[in-house]
Design a binder for this molecule. Structure first.
Ligand code: AHR
Length: 498
């Protein structure tokens, strides 16, 4: 089979906001406790942070991390997680039926973010709480000094304000599972008023309103429209969440889900712009895809968990090879919408539906899932400018969509004069891939790798899955030819003369 990608240095989608490669850590299962924080672990530093985990997180270069939830945030009192640890209350976490000790909270998270070189995306509780708690939290975090909340922050050890820029105003408020679930109108009004008060404390913050928690939700479309009608002027981003499963074990359908993801994004942009037109507004709402991933392997096991444990093994999907291919495709889809998708959070980061897993004791203390590899490559090298992809390849039909056999895109990084190509081959046959370029002269291949040759259901507990060199590749001034393995994720980095 053949696939051709044509790119022109003069034709781009947009500059890529590095925050598109963000992630998410929730007080859920073993993400925080036994993931980020485990004071008695041999690798832990003086703050109780696992340094093996910090090292792994740094490899993914995530620039932004959403916290503390997720469903958890809709029942959370942020004041429980500040002050002396021995005075913090233990509470029931109703969202995940777990025991929350609050030994890790706001200050610990900020310190940890600093250690992994990420900025926070702080979520506020609009489930059981509201305007007052949200504006107090902004004051606690961002006001310099001389008020009740800012002086309390100083007393708790942080003299300088945290200056948190990105805030998620609520979580999945469209879902009836959400504590304090609301109708679109109720949430729209509340987010408007909450955002207004938060901005009165700090006008520089950027606010994310909750969109739909899945493309398939009954309220999708109407939800976005109603929420934005109420809150358009007060927010900067609308979120969307999407997880995919393969319960039917149907590879073609599963790998075709990136087309659904693409459609979801396009649909949300259309709604944002329709409300913009209706309001005769000059302001553009961009997208924060602040939860995306594959999620299904752990669902049956989770149903058998006993409630009210501390750090239970929840949502511990062990990802296989086909999951890595879809995650690669979904990441390429984000780049295709780099003009409007400014924030993305792979959900989640450690232990809970995550690329990084920890063992509580023993060796290895940390292991990488299959999905770690495509995400690591695209987050490190999918930087700079997303070039418009003109792809020519055969398609196949799924239940809902016509799906191209490859997903491909190129990014141009002006800082190191590199063009990087990311390609997923979804076919069970090999692919003769050709790159045609215009307005650039290709110099040489800097790196060419493939993630290929594994069983579809193979997982990576034994760390045997690795990136391999892509050797069947040739380059001349304006063209690259490569032979791609059946079912493969590929990355080709090239230096160029402009
Ligand atoms: O990431 C796991 C959960 O998925 C989050 O808590 C929630 O926002 C979503 O439903």
């Amino acid at each position: 089979m053949k696939s051709t990608l044509s790119i022109d240095l003069g034709e781009s989608i947009s500059k890529i906001d590095p925050r598109i490669w963000g992630s998410f850590t929730e007080h859920l299962g073993r993400c925080v406790y036994e993931g980020i924080y485990q004071p008695n672990h041999p690798t832990s530093d003086q703050d109780g942070f696992r340094q093996d985990v910090i090292k792994a997180v740094k490899k993914l270069k995530v620039p932004l991390i959403r916290y503390p939830g997720g469903n958890f945030v809709s029942g959370y009192n942020w004041q429980d997680g500040i002050g002396p640890k021995d005075q913090r209350p233990t509470r029931l976490d109703l969202a995940w039926q777990s025991m929350e000790t609050n030994q890790f909270g706001l200050h610990e998270f900020m310190k940890w973010c600093h250690k992994v070189n990420a900025e926070p995306d702080m979520a506020v509780n609009l489930g059981t709480r509201g305007v007052d708690e949200a504006r107090s939290l902004v004051e606690y975090c961002n006001f310099p000094k001389g008020t009740y909340w800012s002086d309390l922050r100083r007393k708790n050890g942080a003299n300088a304000p945290f200056n948190i820029k990105v805030w998620s105003v609520g979580n999945e408020m469209d879902g009836d599972w959400q504590i304090g679930h609301k109708t679109a109108y109720e949430y729209g009004r509340l987010v408007h008023e909450t955002a207004k008060a938060m901005r009165l404390v700090d006008p520089k913050i950027e606010l994310v309103a909750c969109g739909s928690s899945a493309h398939q939700n009954k309220t999708f479309g109407a939800w976005e429209n109603t929420v934005l009608n109420q809150a358009y002027d007060q927010v900067d981003y609308l979120s969307l969440h999407q997880y995919y499963d393969n319960f039917d074990d149907n590879l073609a359908e599963f790998l075709g889900k990136s087309v659904d993801f693409d459609r979801f994004i396009t649909d949300v942009i259309a709604i944002c712009d329709a409300v913009k037109a209706k309001k005769r507004s000059d302001k553009q709402i961009n997208l924060a895809i602040d939860e995306w991933n594959v999620w299904y392997h752990s669902k049956a096991a989770d149903e058998k968990q006993t409630p009210w444990q501390k750090a239970p093994h929840l949502l511990e999907d062990h990802y296989n090879f086909e999951d890595a291919l879809l995650v690669g495709s979904l990441a390429i889809t984000l780049l295709k919408h780099a003009d409007r998708v400014k924030i993305g959070c792979l959900a989640q980061l450690i232990n809970v539906i995550a690329p990084i897993m920890t063992n509580t004791t023993g060796d290895p203390s940390v292991w990488y899932q299959s999905i770690f590899y495509p995400f690591m490559q695209i987050s490190n090298y999918g930087q700079g400018i997303a070039l418009t992809p003109h792809q020519d390849v055969e398609t196949y039909q799924t239940k809902d969509y016509e799906v191209p056999y490859t997903d491909s895109i190129a990014t141009y990084n002006p800082t190191n004069h590199e063009v990087v190509i990311f390609i997923v081959n979804k076919a069970k046959r090999s692919m003769n891939f050709k790159l045609n370029t215009a307005n650039m002269q290709l110099k040489q291949i800097v790196e060419a790798t493939q993630f290929a040759g594994y069983g579809l259901h193979q997982t990576n507990e034994d760390q045997s899955m690795i990136l391999k060199p892509l050797t069947d590749i040739s380059i001349d001034n304006h063209q690259v030819n490569a032979y791609l393995q059946p079912l493969s994720w590929n990355m080709i980095r090239m230096s160029i003369n402009e």
